[in-house]
Design a protein around this ligand. Structure first.
Ligand code: GSH
Length: 256
């Protein structure tokens, strides 16, 4: 696997550093990155360029047969799935309790959100990103208006549930403090923003929650993790659509 872009060595010890395989276009990668950085977890960042198809390369195949990012390698131990990775890091590095509270009902709230989000916010926000920007502007395929309308309706439904069921009148999803649930939520909510859809407009509750989450993470770290996706509208102009040929059938089948 060629390692490019933002690869950086964050740990130089005699023993092999924990490795995180990430691409910053990817929402779950951003949650893992933010969590590791915020908690001063030493790791070596291995950039896997999805746009260059590096997830299908032989070298990354040794790390993950699923061929998706994020992935983690800790010595001989390889792990996929962002939620599993976040929990592994939380347990291994004994991060502060508030991230994944020991309190039974607060933890249940976090688990509830983490279980719900895959087929709701994650799916719908990612779909908007592909329909608004990647499919038409990089793959050169027109998106019919009815597909766009249906996708927006789904996203609006999920955002409504995020506000009304998960945030309610609490500062954060599980109460007074940021948890893994908020972290996993914010990276997904930011994805359509990168494609030019301001999901915060007309949603004061969501906006206030975003501001609290951003403050809890720290603006510099938040911006650092999101600069790639928030620059997507410019970045796509430089992308070579033919490079996505390997991805195109899969994406069109999934989102169109
Ligand atoms: N459930 C997985 C989802 C991972 C995932 O879908 N990763 C995407 C990027 S956001 C990916 O690597 N896609 C590459 C591909 O499908 O070829 C997680 O939470 O880690």
């Amino acid at each position: 696997m060629s390692v490019n872009g933002r690869s950086e060595k964050l740990h130089s010890g005699a023993t092999m550093a924990l490795e995180l395989y990430l691409d910053f276009f990817s929402q779950p990668c951003r949650s893992v990155f933010i969590f590791a950085k915020k908690n001063n977890i030493p790791f070596e960042l291995k950039h896997v360029s999805l746009m260059d198809g590096e997830q299908y390369g032989e070298e990354f195949g040794k790390i993950s047969v699923i061929k998706k990012v994020p992935a983690l390698r800790d010595g001989d131990f390889c792990l996929t799935e962002s939620i599993a990775i976040l929990l592994y890091l939380a347990e291994k590095f004994k991060t502060p309790d508030f991230w994944y509270p020991a309190d039974l009902q607060q933890r249940a709230r976090v688990n509830e959100y983490l279980s719900w989000q895959h087929l709701a916010i994650r799916l719908h926000a990612a779909k908007m990103f592909w329909l608004l920007i990647m499919i038409p502007k990089v793959m050169g395929v027109d998106v019919p208006q009815d597909k766009m309308d249906a996708a927006l309706e789904d996203l609006n439904g999920s955002l409504k549930l995020l506000e009304e069921k998960f945030i309610q009148d609490r500062p954060f999803i599980a109460g007074d403090h940021i948890t893994l649930a908020d972290l996993v939520a914010i990276v997904e909510v930011m994805q359509p923003v990168g494609s030019g859809l301001d999901v915060f407009e007309g949603r004061p509750k969501l906006t206030a929650w975003r501001d609290r989450v951003q403050a809890a993470i720290g603006k510099d770290l938040f911006d650092d993790a999101h600069q790639t996706v928030l620059g997507a509208q410019e970045n796509v102009k430089l992308m070579d659509g033919s490079k996505l040929a390997f991805f195109k059938p899969k994406i069109l089948k999934f989102f169109m």
